[in-house]
Structures are given as structure tokens and as C-alpha cells.
Design a protein around this ligand. Sequence first.
Ligand code: NAD
Length: 493
Amino acid sequence: MSFQDSDETTSKESAFDAPAAWRLVMELRGAFASGKTRSYDWRVTQLKALEKLVTNHEPEIVDALRKDLAKPPLETVAYEIAMLKNSCKVALKELKYWISPEKVKTSLAAFPSSAEIVSEPLGVVLVISAWNYPFLLSLDPVIGAIAAGNAVVLKPSEIAPATSSLMAKLLGDYMDNSCIRVVEGAVDETSALLEQKWDKIFYTGNGRVARVVMAAAAKHLTPVVLELGGKSPVVVDSNINLKVATRRIIAGKWGCNNGQACISPDYIITTKEYAPKLVDALKTELEKFYGKNPLESEDLSRIVNSNHFNRLKKLLDDDKVSDKIVHGGEKDESKLKISPTLLLDVPRDSLIMSEEIFGPLLPILTVDKLEESFVVINSGPKPLAAYIFTNNKKLKELFVRNISAGGLVVNDTTLHLAVHTLPFGGVGESGVGAYHGKFSFDAFSHKKAVLYRSFIGDASVRYPPYTSTKQRLLKALIGGGILGIIRALFGLS
Ligand code: NAD
């Protein structure tokens, strides 16, 4: 992934430096040590406050995302506001169950005893977030951090400045600021934060910066969750409802922030035979959705900034693909807009196939037999998501068994994100760890093992002198079951 540095937005004289970051962490450590974040009531109050913040300020949130990305209001309401409210609701409904110790069986070696797993907060955690869904990606992890009873610092992305400052203001107004803080800023401020010792770092963004985050975390042995991206493929079979499939591909690609989404389809693989039919269907539906001049459509986000606009332009200007455009390709640099663009039969060694696209360009690769698509997908880094459209049961099974990705969806795109009972996260290059629903709570909790013993049943087998009877008994305990133990005790062979 070769996204550009956000250096251009780095402030020269940073107001927030390493000593300021240290003071902030110390202050939050004090608040955490007071025990207030551990209480059920504090967690519920903060989750309700967050829910209220989102509900009360919908128009400002829509407006901020319009400023940052020209994001269509419906997309903001559906994918940022509704999803956040749902995360709050789920956490509030389930919290009592999540925080209850989980009783587990014990083993014969510890007989007699009982055991449980106690979820405890990690302490003071850092959430570093990205610009493409800036409200959701900032506050969804914060919900997990609060539910698990932590103090938290949020560092939103400077590339979505209107949303970043709105969140700083609203969290200041609504949340308990002794334990929940926002630090706005770019590389300097993030670097100052990363120098500190945290109990968990939750980072969303690209793989290059993820390596910076992981290296900083390693200095303090701090665990990380890394929510990254990748090239999410869509395999398209011929025995499908083509209209439904194309609409769902379009919704996941251009209907998700104009392709600037981590789980947007990155490329399609279909057969040589079926490709012309698929291209025609995509063109028809695209025109129905966005009209004859999509650059004018209010229902498509713009490209976030000129760095990303030029990055995408370079992908299209590559000699290997410039004659492969079969639809779209229009650009308006003054408005940072690029129309939905289809490229057919792009070579696999082209620039567009060598990095995550993260924009409105959709290459289509063709193969003789659909099973070959598995080889293509598995020859690259593991993607964050992978999709297949098929009615063939065997192909579905092969797909689920053979494709390793953060998440899979059969006969749709991106919707797994909205299912809070599924973990959301990557594997390999697409990330480390997962969140959403209970997985968010778990991401910010330590699972403490607790074994309870009483003073009865103090078996002498573990104490010296280590006699041969004890050795036989131990062997029996390990492998022989009750009969073995009786044999060992009575010296029977
Ligand atoms: P970005 O530029 O907003 O960067 C993310 C964060 O990293 C920001 O808060 C930024 O300040 C910080 N940062 C940038 N450079 C840094 C540096 N040198 N040192 C320390 N911190 C630094 O976002 P981005 O990386 O352009 O986001 C796009 C990428 O994120 C894509 O790869 C996309 O797939 C991925 N993504 C993943 C998810 C997910 O949930 N898995 C969601 C959204 C985006």
C-alpha cells in the first residue's frame, strides 16, 4: 500500500508534544487508578452520553462529512450514524452479560476446584483513526474501550478536519473528560502519543503507518489492534441474478464513499465468456444510479484530497491499462471528482493490480474457469474481505474453504460489517485483531484466569518425596483416567 504521508498537514510548531502527551497519559492513569471507569454505572452513563451525542447532532455530523468528503447524507446516516447508534445499543443491552465472569470447567489435575474467566479493563488505551469513515472509525472503537472500562484517548484523522474538530468539541461537551479525551493533529501529534506507554493501541489506516505503530508499541510491549486494508476481490459466476449482483457490487464500491472504503470491492474476477455481459449490466445500473454525467452526481463522494486524486490518476495513466477503460474514466481535478470507472482485462502486473485502489476504479480480470480465481486471490496478500456471486453450492464451499480473508460474503458485498455478531478485522497484511459487538469489548479487555481452591483434597502426589507410587499415580492422573488411578493406588499393573 503506497498511500502518501499526511506530512503536508503536519503542523510546524506542534502544540501537542511528547511532554504534553506524557502529562495526558499520567492524568488518565490517575483517573483509571481511582477505579471510576471500572464501575458498571460509569460505563453505562458514558455509553448513553455517546448515544445522545450522536442522536442530538446528526445535522452537524452530516454537514462535517459533506465538507470533508462531499459524502452523500444518506451514506453518513446509514454507515456512520446508524451504525454507531446500533453499537451503543448493543453494548448497553449486552454489557451486564459481557462483564459477568464466565464459569468454565476445571481439570482433574486441579480437583477439587472451580474456575472462571474475569474480563478486566486494560487501563489507558489509544485509538488512532482514519479519514474515510471518520466518525464511525473513531467512535466505534471508543465504544468498545468504554464498555470494557478503560480510559481512552482518541486521535482522529487530520485528513477529515471538519469531522475531527466536531468530535473534539462534542466529546468535550458530552463525555467524562477526566477519562475520555480527543487529541487532534497529524504525524507530530500522533508520534508524541506513540512515544508513551499505553495499555492497548487500536489503529485504523494503511499498512505502512501500521508498521510505525507496531514498532512504537513493541518498545512497551503494548498489544495492538491493526485495522488495515487490502485488495478485496469479487468473484462473479454466470449462473446468478445479474441485476441483483451488479446493484450489490455498485453499492459496495461506489455507494461506499465512492470506493474509498476498506472493504469496497477492489477488483472483479469472472470468466472471459461472461465478462461482456457483466460489463454491460454494470454500465446500465451505473447510469441508472448516477446519471449520464456522474461527475455532477450528488450521490457520489469526492476524492478526499489532491494527494489521493493524483494517486488514482497515476493508476489510470499507467501504459498497461490506459487502453483498458471500458466505462467512465472522466476526472475533474477542481472538484476532486473521478467518475465510476471500469477496466476490462487488466494485466496482473499493472500498477492498479499492485496496490489497494481505494477509489472509484474497478478493474475486471478474466479467467477461463472460475476456479482459477482462487489461485489469483491466494497469490496476493490476504485481503480484508472477499466476495463471491454464485448459485453453485460446490463453488461456495470451495470459496469458503480456500480463501483466507478478514471476512467473506456470499452473494453480496460489505454487509458483514453491519452484523455485530461477526468479528470485523483482517488477517495477514489486512490486519491484526478484530472488533464490533462483543469482539470490541474483548479487544479492550484482559481475560483473567481465576482458579478457586479450598483447603480440602490436598493430594500428596505433588509433594516430595517423589516415590514410585506417586510417579505411577501421576502418570495415571495424566493419561489413565479413574481406573488408572485406582490401579496406581493399589499397585495393580
Ligand atoms: P489516514 O491518513 O487518516 O491515517 C490514519 C491515521 O494514521 C491518522 O490518524 C494519521 O494521523 C495517522 N498517521 C499518518 N501518518 C502517520 C505517521 N507517519 N506516524 C504516525 N501516525 C500517522 O488514513 P489512511 O491510512 O490513508 O487510511 C486508508 C487506509 O486505511 C486504507 O488502507 C484502508 O483500507 C484502511 N482502512 C481500514 C479500515 C478497517 O476498518 N480495516 C477502515 C478504514 C480504512
